[in-house]
Design a protein around this ligand. Structure first.
Ligand code: ZN
Length: 295
């Protein structure tokens, strides 16, 4: 499943192609993905200019010139790719798709832009979805109404987490995965940030808050590491984006090396530590951690 840095990478790849450009024609090739497509989606997109392409949590948000927002979610296996004008006649041709590792029958939505470029949405497992929501009610929509803060930039700070964690006996990792507290922070990056902060995923979230309700030094460190972990992954996505764009215009997934995630049995990478990375299940998700240096 794409995590926030991958979705942000997709946004950065699509923005220069879509922003300020008009959708000449939209092909919607199925009735549904995870949910039904909105009624008349193709007709409603035709002739619309994309004002800007934003992101909230793992949702891509294309602001259209009729005050609607096209909401796009990649689900488990969704990806976008850009086909430049000179290749547009090859869309749907088997050999063209095979060279790009995508099957044409999984291209469910194609946006033909007035620039001549096309944006294709491919999704073999069809857990992704598209929705069209008026800009004026977007923030109150059930997708967004209860989302917590973004884990990027200065949106997330230790005082905010102290207020949310105060008195909480919930395991720290579970609290960090709670989308009502931080939006879009997934399992991989929570494992990484906890490892980098030297914090035990099982300790109570409230243990990082002082009696006066202030953030402890450890919570400050954790906050910094969450933001740094996400920022580094977005940066890594940016470099794969340049490679990908050169190679095939594909956007969606990138390989990234993690310090602790998916490293069960490996030696701890902390130089001062002789521990071994362990895995256990927490709230139905795999937690990877070093029992020696995460306290
Ligand atoms: Zn260690």
């Amino acid at each position: 499943m794409p995590e926030l840095p991958e979705v942000e990478t997709v946004r950065r790849g699509l923005a220069p192609v879509m922003e300020g450009v008009t959708i000449r024609q939209a092909d919607v090739r199925r009735k549904n993905l995870r949910f039904d497509f909105p009624d008349q989606l193709a007709e409603r997109l035709q002739g619309r200019q994309v004002i800007s392409l934003g992101r909230r949590s793992k949702y891509l948000l294309a602001d259209l010139d009729d005050a609607q927002v096209l909401v796009m979610h990649l689900g488990m296996s969704g990806s976008f790719r850009v086909v430049e004008a000179e290749d547009a006649h090859l869309i749907g041709k088997e050999s063209f798709h095979r060279a790009r590792g995508k099957l044409p029958q999984h291209d469910h939505v194609v946006l033909h832009l007035t620039s001549g470029a096309s944006v294709l949405y491919n999704d073999p497992r069809r857990f992704g979805f598209f929705d069209l929501i008026p800009r004026a009610v977007l923030a109150e929509h059930p997708y967004f109404a209860k989302l917590g803060v973004e884990p990027v930039g200065n949106m997330l700070d230790a005082a905010y987490l102290a207020a949310r964690f105060s008195g909480k006996k919930t395991p720290l990792k579970t609290a960090l995965l709670d989308q009502h507290i931080i939006a879009g922070l997934g399992n991989i990056y929570v494992c990484e940030a906890l490892y980098r902060s030297g914090l035990d995923p099982k300790r109570a979230a409230g243990s990082l808050v002082t009696k006066a309700g202030k953030a402890s030094a450890k919570l400050q460190l954790l906050t910094d590491e969450i933001r740094a972990t996400i920022a580094e992954a977005i940066e890594a996505g940016g470099s794969t984006l340049r490679d990908h764009t050169r190679a095939d215009g594909s956007l969606g997934y990138f390989q990234h090396r993690f310090k602790v995630y998916d490293r069960e049995g490996d030696p701890c990478q902390n130089e001062a530590c002789s521990g071994t990375i362990e895995r256990f299940t927490q709230s139905g998700r795999s937690t990877f951690f070093c029992p020696k240096c995460q306290k």
